[in-house]
Design a protein around this ligand. Structure first.
Ligand code: PEP
Ligand code: MN
Length: 353
């Protein structure tokens, strides 16, 4: 008899559980509808005052046997789950991500195509003068490299370091590239200079220090030129992809992702080339991925194995700094290859065409 009563009560609990679940699911559906309206009208997802008011009404209506505090705890948990549901609904499938279903992007520029055979981008850290660019430009052309890099606007960690030649640097780059049949990759550091840099460059570079500069990302996205986006040295892969998404949302999906090393505890390299990021970026995004071995290593004796590792992980190009007289370079003197070293580097990595 006692057993039958217990079974009956247990059966009753099971039915109540299902009813509660049914109610929770209905509540979840209403929460999703609320979220749609909030998103449309720009209303914040989480409104603590409203939660507080609901809790007060619930405790006022509480007839027991649960204590008011228990009722508050239970409903706080329901509210937390509801906010999580709203936030999950907000997360969009990234345009630059593979999950969007779009094709892998191929970006043709200056006679090469990112996303096909490995592309080389080479040149000095900073534009210094015509003779420097002429020497590098001629060597690039001789070795079949089509993309000349060089900074006219240098974002330097120290305000006392060489900041670049600015507009004059852009002109020198453009002229040297014309003379040697090359295309220009150069960094833009300021929203006010995007149009000017876009007039002189074939690819706009956004540097590691500016990966989180969302205004710049938007502006660069509207400039109509392919963008080489460098990963911030403490940016997660997700943040890196969001930065690329900013550019894509401004109307330009032609973004090349550049892994250039992240900051770790290691002191023997300037940064640590994150090879896993290369593999993950290839797996998660539709964009071409390249590695900048010079800024990753901060030294030149391990550039060949780093380039090989990057390519083996799926990188579709390599950036490397080259200077006719690295010892006299006005920035990054320790990591730039001279012209002969560059030739040996390309041969060793198998990138000579
Ligand atoms: C550069 O490529 O010139 C440069 C400054 O690199 P990063 O932004 O990766 O430091
Ligand atoms: Mn440099």
């Amino acid at each position: 008899m006692a057993k039958t009563t217990l079974d009956t009560l247990r059966g009753e609990l099971e039915r109540i559980n299902l009813e509660l679940l049914e109610l929770l699911s209905r509540r979840g559906t209403v929460v999703q509808q609320v979220q749609e309206i909030k998103q449309r009208d720009g209303i914040p997802t989480h409104v603590p005052e409203r939660e507080q008011a609901m809790l007060e009404r619930l405790t006022a209506a509480n007839r027991g046997p649960f204590a008011d505090e228990t009722v508050r705890q239970l409903f706080r948990e329901i509210f937390r789950a509801s906010v999580a549901l709203m936030e999950a609904g907000q997360r969009k499938v990234l345009r630059v991500g593979r999950a969007s279903g779009g094709a892998e992007l191929r970006i043709a520029v200056g006679g090469v195509e990112f996303g096909g055979a490995p592309v080389v981008i080479a040149g000095p850290c900073a534009v210094e003068d015509e003779a420097q660019l002429d020497a590098v430009g001629a060597k690039l052309r001789e070795l079949g490299v089509r993309l000349l890099r060089g900074g006219a606007y240098k974002s330097r960690s120290s305000p006392y370091a060489f900041q670049g030649l600015g507009r004059r640097g852009l002109e020198l780059l453009r002229d040297a590239a014309r003379r040697h049949g090359l295309a220009v990759v150069t960094e833009v550091t300021d929203t006010r200079n995007v149009a000017l840099v876009a007039e002189h460059a074939d690819i706009l570079q956004v540097g590691a220090r500016n990966m989180h500069n969302y205004e710049l990302l938007r502006e660069v996205g509207g400039a109509g030129k392919p963008v080489l986006l460098k990963r911030g040295w403490s940016a997660t892969i997700e943040e890196f992809l969001w930065a690329a998404e900013y550019v894509a949302l401004s109307g330009n999906e032609r973004v090349i992702l550049c892994e250039r090393g992240i900051r770790t505890f290691e002191t023997q390299t300037r940064n640590t080339l994150d090879v896993s990021a290369v593999a993950l970026l290839r797996a998660q995004s539709r964009l071409p991925v390249v590695v900048d071995v010079s800024h990753a290593a901060g030294r030149k004796d391990i550039l060949v194995p780093l380039a090989r590792a990057g390519l083996a992980a799926g990188a579709q190009g390599v950036m490397v700094e080259v200077h006719p007289n690295p010892a006299a370079a006005r920035s990054d003197a320790g990591q730039q290859l001279d012209l002969d070293e560059f030739e040996r580097f390309l041969t060793a990595v198998g990138l000579r065409t």
